[in-house]
Design a protein around this ligand. Sequence first.
Ligand code: AMP
Length: 451
Amino acid sequence: MQTFKSLGLSAPVLEALAAEGYTTPTPIQAKAMPHVLAGRDLFGCAQTGTGKTAAFALPLIERLMADRRDVQPHRCRVLVLAPTRELASQIHDSFRAYGKHAKLRSAVIYGGVNQKPQAAAMQRGVDVLVATPGRLLDLIQQRLVDIRAVEFLVLDEADRMLDMGFIHDVRKIVSQVPKKRQTLFFSATLPAEVRQLAETMLRDPLEVKTAPQATPAETVDQSVFLLPQKQKKHLLVHLLKHEGMARVIVFTRTKHGANKLQRDLEKAGIRAAAIHGNKSQNQRELALSSFKSQRPPVLIATDIAARGIDVDQVTHVVNFELPHEPETYVHRIGRTGRAGFTGVALSFCDREERPRLAAIERLLRKQIPERTDLPADLPKADDAEERGPRRPASHAGSRGERGRPSRTKPAKGRRSKGKPRGEKRATAAAPAAAPAAGSKPRGPKKYRRAL
Ligand code: AMP
């Protein structure tokens, strides 16, 4: 079996890893590190929680140490681009932790906060700069950062960067770094735009895939409750009180929904922090750090704010509402079950959300087991909101595998002619059948403002 030592890491880095409690390399680390050390470009398809940050940070620290150079003012040798502030600061923290005996200088740059400390950190130049694209371009334009001496360029969560509309910023940045460089490119999913971007940036890259595209970590135990919207908060309170949830992230779809749920939980005597795009950077950092120290143990988050959050030992993820895009479900549940720990993902699904559940199950190629042990004291559902059967007999994941699945015939007149079959059709008035095999249940792959 490979060890960090046999992969070529030196004593200062090994010592830092021992302090972090890492004993064995994860698969992506074992696959990628020797090639990054040898100077090769990398195209990595990796889920969250696979250890990909260390897979690029460790060999880059080694490369920097092996060839120490004085850095000019405002310049950096390694540039890491990340989509969100949270992810950028986590990557920066990782470089600092892994490189604590390596005597390297580093800085992190992101928007939403005063730029002065960031500009000051860049004044003497750094070995490693981690940045989000927008603020980085701002500082470059003001001549406070200079990326013309970059030797190593890393793009992390490239798919997220494209989803969030950073493509032009990323291209602009890439056009300013030297052509002669080593480039490492990571993405959890590989849509065509990501591949195209990668092709323009990489030279003869080694492709490393750690898991089939969008497969959630096998260490996450998933289940779904089918219940009306109005019962969801009561179920959540019940679960928080009775299921031994030590550290929970609850996902809502909107900022408003996150605030409301926080108030509802507090009314029920449960303290929770909330993190979403309307909160200031300071509030977000405070929420995150208090959650990390388990005071409170519940974090309510929207998807954008939660992207890349790396908190050790999140025991449960609750999907209070199912996301529009099935891939987002995979990202969400990847917040738990990380680095060898097991995790639990519970999803709450009302009638309107059933097509989303079917889309998720198609992506996963399996049915998520249903939990029917609802507490007895939930408020009564309206007639139209009754749970109803989960779906016709078809198995959402059986598309094309065993011929056409058997399907109960939908009652006549439930679908008006000419209207597309989509989420709006699956209202409480009509049973939410899983969309026909081969139909496209997904919405546009764009970053949604409402988040
Ligand atoms: P990442 O996929 O980079 O977000 O890493 C996920 C989590 O795994 C982080 O909390 C890391 O600290 C942790 N981690 C990374 N590599 C290892 C390793 N080899 N052994 C144990 N934990 C690790």
